[in-house]
Ligand binder design. Structure first.
Ligand SMILES: Nc1ncnc2c1ncn2[C@@H]1O[C@H](COP(=O)(O)OP(=O)(O)O)[C@@H](O)[C@H]1O
Ligand SMILES: [Mg+2]
Length: 316
């Protein structure tokens, strides 16, 4: 289970079986604060429905080999939106650029690298970026993880699975942001997740890139038939750009139901990161926020989400 210190917000992963019976007080190993604690009465704020029901979380990779299509924007805003919708969400950044932390305006001292290498415990590597939203940040140090995976003679593709399995049950959703290209971290991600969400920019014709990416995914599906291409998300929709409509129609004719309602081109989506805010925090009434709310509803299957009165979510 995960226990969070009420003073310093540090998350401690503790094996429930190792807690002696009748413990009433816990002490934070990081800041020394003592606080009331009971295994039964105080499920951690990080325990999602998934854990309560003993289920695996939904695991989604946001992936396409091409850069600049809105992967990180989608990963961060989808994760933030699901958290606002009351889900427990873990956002994992597998990109050496480490943009997810920047976009959320946080500076974790550790992240995915330290968890994978075993340098730090999960509790030390995880960062509570928002209520119900936890981050395993990426960054330059992931280059070392790529080398580590490549050097393994056997089982390198299971690296992310091995790192996340022990902690995943605390979450309802694990969203993994990936880097452009096809590197060892993308492969290990696709051996962990069961669903893929692929953002496709409608600004430029990326259909060729999309087909190449799907071929690479198929090469993994040969070994993992549970891996499903679940959503295609058109991004940068702008009907002033004549190509936009054509590409959208082409996508819909090729992929039908897989195609989600598009994310429109919206300047606030590129401004929000500089303020370290999700689009829901930065401009809740914007098209960008509306579109990402739609995506959250589609992914969660909860059409009722974000009705008037839901916490933290502006309505238009
Ligand atoms: N719908 C959108 N409208 C306007 N700008 C966007 C939109 N989606 C993303 N952006 C901006 O486009 C750039 C690339 O997006 P990003 O999410 O980083 O792509 P990727 O992760 O695929 O490289 C970023 O500056 C981002 O803020
Ligand atoms: Mg990115």
């Amino acid at each position: 289970m995960i226990v969070i210190c009420p003073a310093c917000r540090k998350a401690h992963h503790i094996a429930e079986g190792r807690i002696p019976p009748n413990v009433k007080v816990a002490r934070c190993r990081a800041c020394g604060t003592r606080f009331p604690f009971s295994v039964k009465a105080s499920p951690s704020p990080n325990q999602g429905k998934a854990q309560r029901e003993g289920k695996r979380p939904r695991t989604l990779a946001i992936a396409l080999s091409k850069g600049g299509v809105g992967k990180t924007t989608t990963a961060v805003n989808l994760a933030a939106g699901l958290a606002l919708g009351g889900y427990k969400v873990l956002l994992v950044d597998t990109d050496t650029q480490g943009q997810d932390a920047y976009m959320l305006g946080v500076k974790p001292r550790a992240g995915l690298t330290e968890l994978v290498t075993g340098e730090l415990s999960a509790g030390e590597a995880l960062y509570e970026a928002r209520r119900d939203l936890w981050l395993l940040c990426g960054g330059k140090s992931l280059a070392g993880v790529k080398r580590l995976i490549s050097r393994k003679d056997f089982g390198g593709e299971m690296t992310l699975t091995e790192a996340l399995k022990p902690i995943e049950s605390a979450y309802d959703f694990v969203i993994v942001d990936t880097s452009p290209g096809w590197d060892p971290l993308t492969i290990t991600t696709l051996f962990y997740v069961t669903e893929i969400l692929t953002p496709v920019s409608l600004e430029v014709m990326t259909l060729h890139g999309l087909l190449e990416f799907f071929k690479s995914v198929a090469s993994i599906q040969k070994y993992r038939n549970i891996l499903t291409l679940k959503y295609i998300l058109p991004t940068f929709l702008d009907f002033r750009v004549s190509q936009s409509r054509k590409i959208l129609e082409k996508l819909e004719s090729l992929y039908g139901e897989l195609v989600c309602r598009p994310i429109r081109y919206n300047i606030v989506l590129s401004e929000a990161p500089a303020f370290g805010k999700s689009v829901f925090e930065f401009a809740p009434g914007s098209h960008g926020a509306q579109d990402y709310r739609d995506l959250v509803r589609r992914v969660s299957g909860r059409e009722d989400l974000f009705a008037v009165g839901d916490r933290g979510v502006g309505n238009d």
